[in-house]
Design a protein. Structure first.
Length: 334
């Protein structure tokens, strides 16, 4: 067992040199990364974020990204699917995990299995701060997740209502999180059986992902209209913010992955082929600088909708506009 383990909501300040995300549940991974980058930006708004997948990293690139900065820049280096890091690159990565450079935070996401276990063991030996991101395979685990989500939004749910909700929604954590947040918003906090039944009977066909899909392709006007309608029917601010973060991160991952079929990229990135295809289409027109800025926008938004901003609805509108500006390479300071 790791010496230290925390949740994304309990990150220390300042951040440690190495954080280890263990598991392959996309929602939990994305939330943990958003929490880390937001924490880093609270300390230094100019922090430089870089994201790579393990199988795409070469040793010389690691030296450049993880070595001491000539200008003393604060940096967050995110390595997804670290179990795919090749042997030569792992030999370079190891010393940086044991002794990270000043001002650099390494976020290492590892599926947690036997593949690439040497990298996982090295990070744990270096006493990396660990965050669990494993898939919730048992119904009782998913039920606990929903209860926690509802409490996080300030609500509570009856056992019978929870059972119906699980049967109706299924096992997808993103959908469960979205529904949990919306039910708390619609109900005022107490979720009963009739509330769940009514919700699934007449639920509006607008979600945070509808807003995200429009925003990442630069259709800021329609995205703002979808956002305002989503807010008017009770979609929670944090659910929309999570969807925007997922949309931007998906585009950035596929955009930076290089050429390949959707199935090859899906295997390399650990994403469903349909999502790779959609993100690849949405990525047309983006630049590296624009994506870097957009990633910063959604990282800041994560904190804004959780209390940092006086008006979370206004923060969401500003984020949609800034994502559109970033895609058009008309990046403006906050």
């Amino acid at each position: 067992m790791p010496a230290r383990a925390v949740s994304p909501d309990d990150l220390p300040s300042p951040l440690p040199g190495v954080l280890l995300l263990v598991g392959d549940e996309d929602l939990l991974i994305d939330r943990a990364i958003s929490a880390v980058t937001a924490a880093a930006r609270r300390v230094d708004p100019e922090v430089v974020e870089t994201e790579r997948t393990g199988g795409a990293i070469e040793g010389p690139e690691l030296h450049e990204m993880l070595g001491p900065s000539l200008f003393g820049d604060a940096r967050v280096m995110i390595i997804r699917a670290a179990q795919d890091v090749r042997v030569a690159a792992a030999a370079v990565l190891g010393p940086y995990l044991s002794s990270p450079a000043d001002g650099t935070t390494v976020v290492l996401q590892h599926a947690g299995g036997a593949k690439g276990k040497a990298v996982l063991d090295t990070a744990r030996k270096a006493k990396a701060l660990e965050i669990g991101c494993t898939k919730l395979t048992r119904p009782d685990e998913r039920a606990d997740f929903v209860r926690t989500e509802i409490r996080r939004h300030g609500g509570r749910i009856d056992p019978e209502a929870l059972s119906m909700l699980m049967d109706a929604v299924g096992s997808d954590l993103r959908e469960l999180a979205s529904v949990a947040g919306q039910l708390v918003s619609d109900s005022g906090g107490d979720i009963g059986l009739e509330m769940v039944r009514a919700f699934h009977k007449g639920r509006a066909e607008v979600t945070g992902f509808a807003v995200s899909d429009l925003a990442v392709v630069g259709r800021s006007g329609p995205a703002l209209e979808a956002l305002r309608f989503a807010l008017s029917v009770g979609v929670p601010h944090v659910v929309i913010a999570d969807a925007l973060a997922d949309g931007v991160r998906s585009v950035a991952r596929v955009w930076s992955a290089g050429r390949g079929s959707e199935y090859e990229l899906a295997k390399r990135l650990g994403m469903p082929p349909w999502k790779v295809k959609r993100a690849g289409s949405q990525g047309r027109g983006w630049t590296e600088d624009g994506l870097r800025h957009a990633l910063g926008v959604v990282a800041t938004l994560n904190a804004d909708v959780k209390g940092a901003a006086a008006d979370p609805a206004f923060a969401l509108e500003q984020a949609v506009r800034r994502i559109g500006a970033a895609r058009a390479a008309k990046v403006s300071a906050r």
